[in-house]
Ligand binder design. Sequence first.
Ligand code: H2U
Ligand code: ZN
Length: 343
Amino acid sequence: MADWAQHPHRRLNPLTREWILVSPHRTQRPWQGQVEREVQPTPIGYDPKCYLCPGNARSGGARNPAYTSTFVFENDFAALKADTPLFTHDESGLLVAAAEPGNCRVVCFSPRHDLTLALMPPAEIRPVVDVWVEQFLELGALPHIGYVQIFENRGDMMGCSNPHPHGQIWASRTLPTEIEKEDRAQSEYRRERGSCLLCDTLAIESAAGERIVCRNELFTALVPFWAVWPFEILLVSRLHRTGIDQFDGAGRDALAALLHEIAVRFDNLFECSFPYSMGFHQRPTDSGAHEAWHFHAHFYPPLLRSATVRKFMVGYEMLCQPQRDITPEAAAARLRELSDKRY
Ligand code: H2U
Ligand code: ZN
């Protein structure tokens, strides 16, 4: 048995079929690089200049209603547009393009400007889960939509433009690159082995335990064996479900509870409002059943060793493959030992 806490090795991500280099011996190297300024939540419940607060004007000219729970609107600067005319372009199979119709929406999680998923009790996150289900079904039913990506960028380190708690939904005609990779891996796994890639992974991880961060009756959060980001988390449904629409009230409550707990543990790690990009991966929304798809969420946080030191994907990582120093086992142990009550 190899000692992967000591020796450089590479690990396979079976969802994307990509390799990641793990260099555990490097965690002692000195740090003289960039230090970010600390990100803290804005302490005001209402900001008259915020384009997401209730009653305020947006930069597109529209005005938000005086909403009291969640609020969804069409992105005023949408990256994808529903009325895009279809066209294709192909020069010798080398210069290839195709029109991409779609929809982009913004989801406000709360009227309160100063909250985050870590500061919202699960009972207040549950309506957000309900909105995600509604939006997944509504956008997925549109004839020009083949995939619905629900996500949240949290913190200015992640390029999030506004601290008001919100996420985005980008729905596209075709499968985006990461989804296509996961689609192929899960479909081929099911065809070859007759079982589900993430059900089988979860069984191995639950038995091993060392990469589990936290769990409840219906969901498990773990640092995947193949994690790229230092404190990356994979949230997996413990039952085989292809999409967020397949959870009943208890399932949605359980999802809200585990999202909250992950956010709290993240905040506790470096005692800051922890930045991340997170999003759900679920079945495509063409008419197929996509039984091979297993509902899950990825959390990709940039922080490395404190609230102010982040990982960058540069050099060897841009040119060859991602690399990490702290092992997924060590990262999971640190997250697991933290309190599930916010600092
Ligand atoms: P991020 O903070 O994750 O970037 O999301 C904010 C989104 O809100 C962004 O996509 C949109 C931006 O286009 N937006 C509006 O739709 N209307 C506005 O008035 C400002 C920002
Ligand atoms: Zn606001």
